[in-house]
Design a protein around this ligand. Structure first.
Ligand SMILES: Nc1ncnc2c1ncn2[C@@H]1O[C@H](COP(=O)(O)OP(=O)(O)OP(=O)(O)O)[C@@H](O)[C@H]1O
Ligand SMILES: [Mg+2]
Length: 242
């Protein structure tokens, strides 16, 4: 199957600090690929490069057979409705209700009647188990609820790809399972994903494939089983004893 989203030969430095030497990989329609790597290996920077929030020193990004890294900011604004970045922090607007936070991308990109908007927002709120929380403000929410509201906002425009930047970080086990369930339901609705995480068991549960980034390169790509069986020292650092 062909890749829906692909990055080719990404190179990126900040000053004399080399982050990415040569990063290439692709993801296919409807799959969730886990991206593991130590803190500071450039996972978040790479996600930002994919959606043009960060410039690359060299490399290409391809989405649905089109090269997108050379597009104008206006064109990228549209692409970001199709490749949605679920920010590490959730990034909700504190001054807006949960409902308005989730309606925000709809109002920016689609012109819906009030009843259509309500239907879309309620549908997504229900999917993330927040159907009765639309009137609350971010400060009223628990950490788990904030993460779910952030995911709802990332999904409301029905993107083809969601970039999940540590969506389970800081959550208790029940809330982690909730988030993994939400990622599965987004996949069932056709959203492929890149799942950046330090939570190896979570990645193993939800991902179709896993990758490890190390020293500026993708050091491993394979199925969860191949990951488990790998003798590569770079991979073994991430093996967890259960
Ligand atoms: N705008 C910037 N200017 C300078 N250095 C930056 C900038 N953004 C990121 N970096 C550096 O690039 C490196 C990679 O950062 P990045 O946030 O991508 O790491 P990460 O793999 O996501 O780590 P974590 O797992 O802790 O989230 C870090 O050393 C970071 O300090
Ligand atoms: Mg990060």
């Amino acid at each position: 199957m062909e890749n829906i989203l692909e990055i080719k030969h990404l190179k990126k430095s900040f000053g004399d600090k080399i982050i990415h030497r040569d990063v290439s990989f692709g993801i296919q329609k409807g799959e969730i690929v886990g991206l593991l790597g130590n803190s500071g290996t450039g996972k978040s920077v790479m996600l930002r490069c994919l959606v043009g929030l960060e410039t690359m020193d060299d490399g290409e990004v391809w989405f649905q057979r089109k090269r997108i890294d050379l597009l104008t900011e206006e064109a990228m604004f549209k692409i970001r409705t199709k490749i949605s970045y679920a920010f590490q922090s959730g990034a909700l607007f504190d001054s807006m209700s949960v409902y308005d936070n989730i309606a925000y991308p709809l109002r920016e990109h689609e012109h819906l009647s009030i009843s259509e908007e309500e239907k879309r927002v309620q549908d997504i709120l229900t999917l993330v188990h927040l159907k009765d929380s639309g009137n609350l403000f971010p400060s009223d929410l628990s950490g788990g609820m904030q993460k779910r509201a952030g995911l709802a906002r990332a999904m409301v425009l029905s993107p083809d790809v969601i970039l999940y930047d540590e969506p389970t970080a800081g959550l208790d086990p029940v809330n982690v399972e909730n988030v993994l369930g939400i990622m599965r339901s987004f996949r069932e609705r056709g959203a492929a994903g890149i799942f950046v995480t330090h939570d190896i068991p979570a990645a193993q549960k939800v991902c179709d494939r896993l990758m490890v980034i190390d020293s500026g390169r993708i050091a491993f790509q394979g199925t969860v089983q191949e990951f488990d069986n790998s003798n590569d020292p770079v991979v073994q650092k991430f093996h967890v004893s259960l």
